[in-house]
Write a protein that binds this ligand. Sequence first.
Ligand code: SF4
Length: 103
Amino acid sequence: MKTSRRQFLMLGASLGSSLVLSNGAFADTANTLSESDPAAQAVGYKEDASKVDKAKFPSYVAGQTCASCSLFQGKATDAYGGCTLFGTKQVAARGWCSSYSTM
Ligand code: SF4
């Protein structure tokens, strides 16, 4: 009987932490800039800098990412962070757009 109660409590704790994790992931996704957003398309934003159309955006230099852009508002370890261009939307640290700036 004690084992069943312990298993029940462990299952509850596991489910609770799963819900917290999934809520956090959902919140991030809901606030993430989409490549199909007209503002993102206007500057050629890609979530993965390696997929930038280099013919269309010759200013792209391999190795540039949002994480090293001066407009990125996230921390160095963040997968997503704010960008002064896109208000409350989060951009991918490994993304890129033609407004990339090193200043
Ligand atoms: S301005 Fe910089 S941080 Fe913002 S999307 Fe473009 S490259 Fe990324």
